[in-house]
Design a protein around this ligand. Structure first.
Ligand code: HEM
Length: 488
């Protein structure tokens, strides 16, 4: 028996050494396995991916392969070459890695799921007339929530953390807009979902990396259960064309034979995809305005102009809201500094990647390819001068129009900032996200007096463990106070 165990152990060890003993062939990108067998660079990657990948870029250049927890990931950091990855969705697949994350984070498995139909549904409901309709429901929900918040005490200052203030209002309004059927008790449900979601969200990166400790595992399991219970399934619309996005989505799952339990889990995934980045973006944007008076004045001037144009003291109609170059520049700059998703694809067949400078690199089937636009273009000093600074007019020309010409290596860039991804998998909800943030900032700045409790406060540091997972979150909150300015 002991000999069998020893032999088995020996066999596993040899297999492990063979598997972890990969070497670089001549045409492959530089390979950096790190010193820890199997784990490779997983610890550095998880602690602060931006710092780690910047170090690797200095060591190896714009393309290299690193070992991370048993996987080989080829990281590409030259924006002029991003199309080599983004324009090949057949070999470089979005869905497989997304399914791994779905299982780890949401305990969700949709094996025969038709993602094209799902995406077509989303496109239909998040553009054109449907988008205009969603925008106006969102506006109503935002106003109603803010009003009920302020009604309790109109005269006095209220205190909160800016992150919680933004995330809570935008999450609840967005949740009511997209998930709040008539059968729901709006206020109570949305607050309960928000409260549980924040606990879930705080553990999300650890779930994705499989690094939860036993206590965190228990917490995620119970918070997930509570969220699944809270997310009630919307009844289908009477006619297909009257259905909301959620009703159509659930109907699509039912037609695929997905059971009710899995449908609830899919709802949590959708709550995260639609609500997880909007509130944090509004936090950074308002924080940058509060700590940059010149930017705040420029945005307020633009918003005041809109209200006057529309002959309304407070709210311009939504179509007047389209032309806001100053706000758009502030939003682009905010996202340049804080949107840090990994754009990850699984290599389905070995292929040769051709870089913009003509160099060619082989990449292997089964590996992953990862773009990290946060390092370049977004924080690249060759493209954006003093990239660590917030400059509200970075995306404005001298004549006030949108600036979109940025260069690297003498070449005009197609991708000079990339918060929404690009190519076939570009964010479907970006127009809704932009409108929601704009409406929120407009409402807050027009109906509230909002200030930092300590006028000398600086913006908090980012939570470095969240690089790779969308919009960053702060390490600590920023204390603010606010009160109603006049009638609302
Ligand atoms: C500030 C807010 C948001 C940011 C920064 C953001 C960012 C992104 C990024 C970077 C991707 C591409 C991922 C990749 O290529 O690997 C993406 C995809 C996606 N986003 Fe967003 N997003 C935001 C808000 C929203 C909202 C509000 C919705 C829906 C209402 C949404 C729905 C989606 C969907 C469905 C996809 C997947 C597209 C596909 O499967 O091809 N997002 N988003």
């Amino acid at each position: 028996m002991i000999w069998t165990t020893l032999l088995l152990f020996h066999g596993v060890l040899v297999l492990f050494l063979i598997l972890s003993n990969r070497s670089r062939s001549k045409k492959e990108p530089p390979l950096d396995k790190g010193i820890i067998p199997w784990l490779g660079h997983a610890l550095d990657f998880g602690k602060d991916a931006a710092k780690f990948l910047t170090r690797m870029k200095l060591k190896h250049g714009d393309i290299f392969t690193v070992r991370v927890a048993g996987h080989y990931v080829t990281v590409l950091l030259d924006p002029n070459s991003y199309d080599a990855v983004l324009q090949d969705p057949v070999t470089l697949d979005f869905t497989r890695y997304a399914q791994v994350l779905m299982q780890r984070i949401f305990s969700l498995s949709l094996p025969n799921h038709n993602t094209s139909t799902e995406k077509a549904l989303m496109r239909r409901h998040f553009q054109g007339e449907s988008l205009a309709c969603l925008n106006s429901i969102m506006e109503g929900n935002l106003q109603a929530l803010l009003r009920s918040e302020m009604l309790q005490d109109k005269a006095n200052w209220k205190q909160d953390g800016l992150f919680n203030f933004c995330y809570s209002l935008l999450f609840r309004a967005g949740y009511l807009t997209l998930f709040g059927g008539e059968h729901n008790n709006h206020d109570r449900d949305s607050s309960a979902v928000y409260k549980e979601f924040r606990v879930f969200d705080s553990l999300l990166t650890k779930m994705a990396r499989n690094t939860l400790n036993p206590e965190e595992k228990r917490t995620t399991s119970s918070v997930r259960q509570r969220l699944w219970r809270l997310l009630s399934l919307a009844p289908p619309g009477k006619k297909a064309e009257d259905s909301t996005w959620l009703q159509s989505y659930l109907q699509h799952l039912q037609e695929e034979g997905v059971e009710e339990e899995m449908q609830r889990r899919a709802m949590l995934l959708q709550v995260w995809a639609t609500q997880g980045n909007v509130g944090p973006t509004a936090f950074w944007l308002l924080g940058f305005l509060l700590t940059n008076p010149e930017a705040m004045n420029a945005v307020k001037r633009e918003f005041n102009g809109l209200s006057l144009q529309a002959d309304l003291p407070q709210r311009p109609p939504l179509d007047k809201f389209q032309n806001t170059p100053v706000f758009d520049s502030v939003l682009n700059e905010t996202l340049r500094l804080t949107a840090a998703p990994f754009i990850t694809r699984e290599v389905l067949h070995s292929k040769t990647l051709r870089m913009a400078d003509g160099q060619e690199y082989d990449i292997r089937r089964g590996d992953r390819v990862c773009l990290f636009p946060y390092i370049s273009p977004q924080m690249d000093p060759e493209i954006h001068k003093e990239p660590e600074k917030f400059k509200y007019n970075r995306f404005l020309n001298a004549d006030g129009s949108e600036k979109n010409d940025f260069y690297k290596g003498g070449k005009r860039l197609k991708y000079y900032t990339m918060p929404w991804g690009a190519g076939k998998n570009v964010c479907v909800g970006r127009h809704f996200a932009i409108s929601s943030i704009k409406q929120f900032v407009f409402t807050v700045l027009t109906v509230l007096d909002l200030e930092m409790c300590d006028p000398d406060s600086a913006m908090p540091k980012v939570n470095a463990s969240r690089y790779g997972f969308g919009v960053l979150q702060p390490e600590t909150d920023l204390d603010i106070r606010y009160k109603l300015r006049g009638v609302f």
